[in-house]
Design a protein around this ligand. Sequence first.
Ligand SMILES: [Zn+2]
Length: 312
Amino acid sequence: MATTLAEEVEKMRYSQLQEWELAKVNYDNLRTVKTKKFVIDSIPMIVQFNPKRITSSAAKVDSKSIQERKCFLCPGNLPEQQKGIDFMGKYLVLVNPFPIFPKHLTIPGYKHEPQQIKGKITDMLELAYSLQDYVFFYNGPKCGASAPDHLHFQAGNKGFLPMEKDFDSFKKENIVLKSNIQISLLAEYPCSTFIMESEDILLIDEYFNKIDDALEIKTGEYEPMMNVLVWYSQDRYKLCFFPRVKHRPSCFFEEGENNILISPASVDMGGVFITPLEKDFDKIKEEDVSKIIWEVCLDKASLQKIADQLNA
Ligand SMILES: [Zn+2]
């Protein structure tokens, strides 16, 4: 019997954790990572103190810094011990050596091309179908990606992100309700997001592009700022589109006591806030998280405006 992609990935993950010291140590450490629970706008969220994520959270992603470093996602530059599994001849499924999730993958394309989602949503949905135990995420080049110059997705095991885990309990306001697709806003969820649910990959792609087209592209950039989460469950694809207005909150740049090193990405939008520094983990309060979300996400009035256009 042919092995499925899910079986191959599980086998690869297992052997990487045996044979690759860096990954082994970091996954072992993740088991004892400190977390605390918050309730933001009635939604339970988590803060995770994860020192290994400092490279990603504090990554210099300006074009000069990017040009001066060797791309760590190009197949030719991967560490000798890192092994991957092919997906559709286009992507390599890898174990992420700096995990947030107990199972955490990075999925770079083979080609060194900029991080850009348009035209790639269907690939992301195909991945979600092939690896149904995972939630896939896309961080825009100015929204948490530490390799904005190399197209990639990441994935983490289900049952971890509040957005996916508690999805069925969220109150949804439908904006498009057809027999083959449902698009909604979440009334209570703190981060502005469009939710799409459908069995049809192409329909999701079509509506994704409509939202993408309705959003502003900032000067010098090539796509609207965003984070995207995708998974497959109950015979349907689920997609959360988080439009963003800011890369990093003002507290990231503050000096002294007011500094909080947090660089929000898909995982944070999904309800797990990553603080790589212990001083931030200890002091961060619910109102800080609220303020950060409010600062980096598209405001709810603008979200509603786009929703009205979709519905027209
Ligand atoms: Zn590259």
